[in-house]
Design a protein around this ligand. Structure first.
Ligand SMILES: NC(=O)c1ccc[n+]([C@@H]2O[C@H](COP(=O)([O-])OP(=O)(O)OC[C@H]3O[C@@H](n4cnc5c(N)ncnc54)[C@H](OP(=O)(O)O)[C@@H]3O)[C@@H](O)[C@H]2O)c1
Length: 310
């Protein structure tokens, strides 16, 4: 099958565009013919060898967590041939290929109103935003939430999900993306190139998506019971996140989990017109090196997606 893979850690050029054997599904897994696969910063970090502490299997490795495509086997409630989307939880990935093996709990019916590329753009980033806002922060309608890094893959979905959950959104991004995040529903935009976001006070929640607003700097932005969540698993954030789960801290760390019920939650918002993935660019799978290079600039507006033609 056509696949993107790497046999050594390094820059985007280590990616090989070629043929790999089709995967054999394990018990509880199905095969998906992948039409589109979105990239995430985790793909970049693993390819660079920066997360070697994660159990991700041996090399060569096929990257990719997000996919949209058609089922080659049947899954509960989803017959063979169904259009599906989802996120592979295992660190080894495998979505950047013509065929991926996916546990049945990590996919759901593709929202019918989305293209394959749009559907592939939704899972990892959308689940992260949903699980941070709903589960880690516990936002409730009427609360004021600051989203730092509102114009990227997670941010563009977090703005819309925070609005769908009834909150008032203060979005932080550079000026060139202010109109985009306002269009997505942000009530106020802070251009971090001309205004200091840490001057905000009295917030109910701060969600540091980009990763440059750690708890020690963010806590003054919150009122005395306000909560914080980060995406970056730095040692301090891991300790605080564990304390938060025990009810002993206000700072959480989101660690995204792939769950069919949450994919279906995202899908319902899409159907009701409350959520639409923002795709910065769609490239053919043969342009994987350029796609990884672009993601590495940390300037993508929304998601970068690879497509496979069948
Ligand atoms: N823990 C988890 O489970 C989990 C899950 C998903 C993602 N993550 C992590 O979350 C982070 C964000 O992921 P992502 O997919 O959203 O990344 P991304 O799409 O690569 O983010 C790109 C965005 O970052 C913004 N940005 C760049 N510099 C910024 C700054 N100084 N302040 C605020 N925003 C800035 C850019 O906006 P401008 O051009 O407007 O500055 C751009 O739109 C990554 O570190 C990723 O590894 C963690």
């Amino acid at each position: 099958m056509k696949a993107i893979s790497y046999a050594r850690f390094g820059p985007p050029e280590v990616l090989e565009i070629g043929e790999r054997p089709e995967p054999t599904p394990a018990r509880g897994e199905v095969r998906v013919r992948v039409h589109a696969a979105a990239l995430n910063p985790k793909d970049v970090l693993l390819r660079k060898g920066k997360m070697r502490w994660l159990p991700a299997g041996s090399l060569p490795r096929i990257p990719g967590y997000d996919f949209a495509g058609t089922l080659l086997d049947s899954a509960p409630g989803l017959p063979t041939g169904s259009e599906v989307f989802g996120m592979i939880q295992r660190n080894g990935g495998g979505a950047s290929a013509e065929v991926a093996r996916v546990p049945v709990g990590e996919l759901a019916a593709k929202p019918s109103g989305l293209s394959m590329a749009e559907a592939a753009a939704l899972p990892l980033a959308g689940l992260t935003a949903l699980q941070a806002l709903r589960d880690e922060l516990g936002v409730t309608p009427g609360q004021r939430v600051l989203l730092n890094g509102a114009s990227g893959g997670v941010g563009t979905l977090a703005v819309q999900i925070a609005k769908a959950l009834g909150t008032e959104v203060v979005a932080v991004c550079s000026g060139r993306n202010a109109a985009l995040v306002r269009e997505l529903g942000a009530d106020r935009v802070i251009d971090y190139t001309s205004e200091d976001p840490t001057a905000e006070r009295g917030l109910d929640h701060v969600f540091d998506i980009y990763g440059n607003l750690p708890w020690p700097r963010a806590k003054a932005m919150l009122h005395s019971r306000g909560r914080y969540c980060t995406t970056v698993p730095q040692p301090g954030a891991i300790v605080r996140g564990a304390l938060r789960r025990a009810g002993l801290h206000r700072a959480a760390l989101v660690v995204v989990r792939s769950k069919r019920a949450d994919l279906e939650r995202l899908s319902r918002w899409v159907t009701h017109g409350a959520l639409r993935p923002v795709v910065d660019r769609t490239l053919p799978w043969t342009d994987a090196v350029a796609a990884h290079e672009y993601l590495e600039t940390r300037r993508a507006r929304g998601k970068v997606v690879l497509t496979f033609d069948h």
